[in-house]
Design a protein around this ligand. Structure first.
Ligand SMILES: Nc1nc2c(c(=O)[nH]1)N[C@@H](CN(C=O)c1ccc(C(=O)N[C@@H](CCC(=O)O)C(=O)O)cc1)CN2
Ligand SMILES: [Mg+2]
Length: 296
């Protein structure tokens, strides 16, 4: 058996097109574009690439992009002062502080300063709490993107066994909450789980978000399982001095056992930015007292 490949890049392009079609409704109602402010502190090369992609995607969707690039000498107080200015800016519907932040800046304190209504990353504890109790919330982009791919592939998830490998606040925990809301039986596994292959083998749905290159192997999987690989790990390639990207799942062996699998790159990654745009439009509508945009 060879698994179907879940094309996250194509799904993300479709979602971005639907967002671009929905934006004019907001513009006609409010007389301005929805606005997303992205804050980058320091010179991390990967973060610079992600921030540039977010800015371009925002403009391509017909929204306003406000980029704030600060030196890595920026203090926590200075960063929080900027967040507070963005909270007060009526033209800003979404605020995103790119992670990781430089050493010495406490990301928890910075995220806590963001107005929860503008928290398009869904990282604020007010949004995390709402998600946990099943209230309307802004939901972290990567897990919401994973859920969209799962529902597109499987339809109703009710009653399925799901394992989430990884318990981060950004992916693992919100992913587990989203799957619970879909009536899955959810196991959250992590580095101290005693029998990780056993937990994975029981699952119809595997979401891998541990940050360990190719850790989950094909012989751990239940035949026909749907595998969502959140890992983005750069490892040395065969050619000297070169690197390649791999996920947390060993793709070659998993492909022979799974029913469907996301590739790395081109699976979950592109969904993160598409869902960010979706969350920005959702936040803009909510702030304006408009009904949520349909079909997103
Ligand atoms: N404030 C935030 N910081 C970070 C987030 C986040 O959601 N909010 N997520 C990651 C980085 N990230 C977006 O910020 C991101 C990572 C990866 C991709 C992506 O499309 N990856 C490609 C591969 C890219 C490559 O070739 O290197 C893929 O998987 O196909 C998009 C966004 C951490 N910080
Ligand atoms: Mg993790």
């Amino acid at each position: 058996m060879s698994a179907d490949i879940i094309d996250g890049k194509a799904f993300a392009e479709g979602l971005r097109a639907r967002i671009a079609e929905a934006v004019p409704t907001f513009v006609s109602a409010k007389g301005r574009k929805p606005g997303l402010a992205v804050v980058l502190v320091g010179e991390d090369p990967a973060s610079q690439v992600y921030v540039r992609s977010k800015g371009k995607a925002t403009v391509a969707a017909g929204m306003e992009s406000f980029e704030h690039k600060l030196p890595d000498t920026t203090t926590q107080e200075e960063l929080i002062a900027l967040v507070e200015r963005l909270n007060a800016d009526e033209c800003v519907d979404g605020i995103l502080v790119q992670l990781p932040l430089p050493k010495g800046v406490d990301d928890k304190a910075v995220i806590a300063a963001i107005d929860p209504a503008k928290d398009v990353d869904g990282f604020h504890i007010a949004n995390a709490g709402k998600l946990a109790v099943g209230e309307e919330a802004l939901v972290p982009c990567t897990p919401l993107g994973c859920l969209m791919l799962l529902k597109d592939r499987l339809g109703d998830l009710s009653g399925l066994d799901a394992v989430v490998v990884g318990r981060s606040n950004i992916v693992g925990k919100p992913m587990a909450q989203l799957l619970l809301q879909e009536n899955c039986t959810v196991t959250v596994a992590h580095s101290r789980t005693r029998d990780l292959p056993g937990a994975v083998r029981r699952a119809d749905i595997v979401v891998a978000a541990v940050g360990r290159p190719e850790m989950i192997r094909g012989d751990w999987l239940k035949p026909g399982a749907t595998v969502i690989d959140v890992g983005i790990n750069r490892i040395p390639a065969k050619e000297a001095g070169k690197t390649r990207l791999v996920g947390d799942v060993e793709f070659a062996s998993a492909r022979d056992v799974a029913g469907a699998i996301t590739p790395v790159p081109g699976g979950v990654g592109p969904m993160t930015i598409a869902v960010l745009l979706r969350n920005t439009l959702v936040a803009a509508h909510a702030r304006a007292g408009l009904p949520p945009p349909a079909g997103l």
